[in-house]
Design a protein around this ligand. Sequence first.
Ligand code: NAP
Ligand code: MG
Length: 399
Amino acid sequence: MSKITMITPLVEMDGDEMTRILWSEIKDRLIHPFVDLKTEYYDLGLPHRDETGDRVTLDAAEAVKRYGVGVKCATITPNADRMTEFTLREMWKSPNGTIRALLDGTVFRAPVVVRGIAPLVSGWKKPITIARHAYGDIYKNSELRIVDSCKAELVVTSPCGIEERQLIHEFTGSGLLMGMHNTDKSITSFARSCFAYALDSRQDLWFSTKDTISKTYDRRFRDIFAEIYGAEYRAAFEAAGIAYFYTLIDDAVSRVMKSAGGFIWACKNYDGDVMSDMVATAYGSLAMMTSVLVSPDGKYLYEAAHGTVTAHYRKHLKGEETSTNSVATIFAWTGALKKRGELDGLPELAAFAEKLEAATVGCIEDGVMTKELMPLSAAENKVYCDTFGFLDRIAERMS
Ligand code: NAP
Ligand code: MG
C-alpha cells in the first residue's frame, strides 16, 4: 500500500510525561503506517524548554504563524515542585499561555461524542463547543477590601493629565471593591476567531453577556460582535446556512440545557471558565475533550484539553500497568491532518484523518475502551484496555 503524501509540514510540538509517550505511540502505530508524515518538530518537553530558555516555545508559535496548522502535546506548566524536580533555571510560563498570546488566539473546546456514552444532559446529541475569551475581566482585576467609611471612585487619567471621575459607592462601613478592564482590540480578536471558527466548522455561533445590567461594559462586547458580524461575516454565514445568535447569559444557559448541541457558545472569560467545566463534566470524561486554538487570521493549533496525566506517568515509570485514554490526543492529530488536507487540497489526507477518528470512536462504541470510560459506557461486553492495548485495537481496525 502506498502512503499518503503531504505537501506542507504540520508544526509538531512534543510535550511531557504520559502524553509524550502517547504522542510517539500514536505516530508509530496509527499515522506512520499510512501517511508519509511531514512535520516541523519542536520539542516543548520541559527539559528542552529549560535548555533553550523557552525559546523553543516562541519558535514553535512562530512556525504556526508561518505554516498555519500545528498539533501540540500536553506540556507541564512549571510550579515550585517542578522547579526542584527538573532543576529548572527559571519558572517558565505556561506554553499554552505563551502561544495563545503570540497568536492572539481563542481556545475552542469540544467533546468527542460516542454512542453508548450518554451525556448527563439527555437531550445533548451533538457536541457543544465552548469558546472562552481568555483576556481580562476578573482575571486581570484589582481588588481592595474597604475597612471603613469612604467614597470610592473610578479615576481615569489621560496622558496630558486630565482626570475623569465616576462615583462607585459611598461606603458607610466595611466592604469590597474591584476594578477590571478589557480592550476593544482583545474583544475584536476574540470575535473574529469565533466567527472564523464557526464558518470553518459550519456551526451556528451563540454569544452571551449580561448587557441588560452591564450597559456599558458588556454592551461593548455585544456591539463589537454585532459590528464585525455585519461588516465581515454576515454574507458568508448566510451562504453557509449558519446563524449568529446573541442572547443574555441567563437565557443562553437555559437554551443550552434544552438544546441538542451542535453549536459554538462564545463566552466571556469567567462564563467560559465555569461553563467549559460544566459542559466537559456533562459529556463524561476530560480525556474525550479536544481543544483547538484559532487565531483571528485563521491559524490553527490542535491539542487535547487534558494535561500530561502525571499520575499515570509515575505508574508507567515504575513498570505498572496504565490505562490512559489517547482519544483527545488522537483527535488533535486528526484535526490537524484534516485541516492541512483541506488547505493543501489533499482530500485523501482529510479522508485518512476521518477514518482514524471513525476507527477510534468505533472501538469505544464496540465496547473496547480505557479504564475511566468503563463506568460511563452502556456498551455490552465491555473490554478493558491498557494504554497500549487500546492503541493496538485502533491500529487493527485501521489496517
Ligand atoms: P491531567 O493531566 O489532566 O490529569 C488529571 C487526572 O485526570 C489524571 O490523574 C487522571 O485521573 C485524569 N485524566 C486526565 N487525562 C486523562 C486521560 N487521557 N486518560 C485517563 N485519565 C485522564 O491534570 P493534572 O494532573 O492536574 O496536571 C498534570 C500536568 O499537566 C501539570 O504539570 C499541568 O501543568 C499540565 N497541564 C497541561 C495542560 C496542557 O498542556 N494543555 C493542561 C492541563 C494541565 P486518575 O489519576 O484518577 O486516573
Ligand atoms: Mg475552570
